[in-house]
Design a protein around this ligand. Structure first.
Ligand code: ACO
Length: 336
């Protein structure tokens, strides 16, 4: 009788890419009635990046992926699957952005597909990759959160257009026998009762594209920010407490808390409620805004490039987004 050795999933490497065009609060105040003061006070955002007209989500994703693959020190040919989380795919609705990225990277005859879980996308990807690897279906999975969210922003709606930015973050998730360097736990959830708080109402099968839909600007993100804010703080805090308890870990055993970068006030409220000191909380919202599915891997990349995290650093991830969806994960960075 052959005994199967348990296999775990490790977040082996991270990479990120942001477009070069910086859009400041000052720039936006020339387009809509807003100010640097309002945006800074309510959100903590000072600037964000917008992709050029000829750059699509897959272009950002491919650049982030190349960095993650290089840092994983693996040959592209060993990648078994490519999965992209995005709410701003290259095409509506096919081919998937993952198919475009896989082709850009020269990965063919392997599964490639997208998932849509809004800002929680990267946590959902981790959950998927963990299951694929632990079930020993695949050994190396490329996961990417990528958004050209400026393509679905209504630049006439000051309540949303100041909040978001473009970018991509990628990770290579690999099979390992070393549990101490693995994704320890992931939990994902959704509550569709709140679907109307945050949505792009038009151009799906409910309200197919038409001149009227476009006239009413329903192809763009709509958000009831205030209600979303309250649910976000409560849900994120509860979610973190639950995952720590479930894994018999205290917050002191976490090296870095990496929350979704939507709003500095949400990050501070959740960080304080959980008792994390500010040095332990990843913060990129001031320079990138909310990059939705790319936000968490971009924040991990920021910690990595600043030399703060090393192999074995314990990270607690927490995200919240449209759907509503949410999720959290605990992992030791950089296994093989
Ligand atoms: N500049 C100036 N004034 C503005 C702007 C702006 N850019 N936007 C809104 N205002 C005004 C409003 O019109 C309102 O004016 P009124 O009082 O005269 O009616 C006033 O500011 C207050 O508006 P609120 O929406 O109540 O402002 P709030 O303090 O709630 O901040 C914000 C808004 C920043 C959107 C906040 O609610 C928030 O961060 N919400 C959560 C966002 C989030 O986490 N989303 C989930 C992830 S995103 C995803 O999944 C894709």
């Amino acid at each position: 009788m052959s005994v199967k050795i348990p296999i775990y999933a490790s977040l082996s490497s991270i990479g990120a890419y942001v477009p070069s065009r910086i859009v400041s609060n000052e720039d936006l105040s020339k387009i809509v009635e807003t100010s640097d003061e309002w945006i800074t006070k309510r959100t903590g955002i000072k600037e964000r990046r917008f992709a050029e007209d000829n750059e699509a989500t897959s272009d950002l994703a491919t650049k982030a992926a190349r960095i993650a693959i290089e840092r994983a020190q693996i040959d592209i040919s060993v990648i078994d699957a490519v999965v992209v989380a995005t709410i701003s795919p290259d095409f509506f609705c096919m081919p998937s952005t993952a198919c475009v990225v896989a082709n850009n990277l020269g990965i063919i005859n392997k599964p490639a597909f997208d998932i849509a879980a809004a800002c929680s996308g990267f946590i959902y990807l981790l959950s998927l990759a963990k299951s694929f690897i632990e079930s020993q279906t695949y050994k190396n999975i490329l996961i990417i959160g990528a958004e050209k969210i400026s393509s679905i922003l209504d630049m006439e709606d000051r309540s949303t257009c100041v909040l978001f930015g473009d970018g991509a973050g990628a990770a290579v998730i690999r099979a390992t026998e070393d549990k101490s360097l693995s994704v320890l736990d992931v939990q994902c959830a959704a509550n569709g009762q709140y679907q109307e708080l945050l949505m792009t109402p038009g151009c799906g099968s409910r309200y197919p594209a038409s001149a009227e839909i476009l006239r009413e600007r329903l192809q763009f993100i709509k958000m009831k920010g205030n209600e979303t804010f309250k649910i976000a703080v409560k849900t994120l805090t509860k979610d973190v407490v639950e995952i720590l308890q479930r894994n018999h870990l205290s917050k002191d055993e976490i090296d870095f808390f990496v929350p979704h970068q939507a709003n500095l006030r949400i990050i501070s409220a959740v960080g304080e409620a959980l008792g994390f000191s500010s040095e332990k909380v990843a913060l990129t919202v001031q320079k990138y805004g909310n990059t939705s599915a790319a936000s968490i891997p971009m924040a991990i990349n920021d910690l990595y490039e600043s030399g703060k995290i090393k192999q074995g650093s314990k990270l607690l991830l927490d995200a919240f987004g449209g759907g509503l969806t949410w999720g959290s994960a605990i992992l030791a960075f950089g296994g093989q």
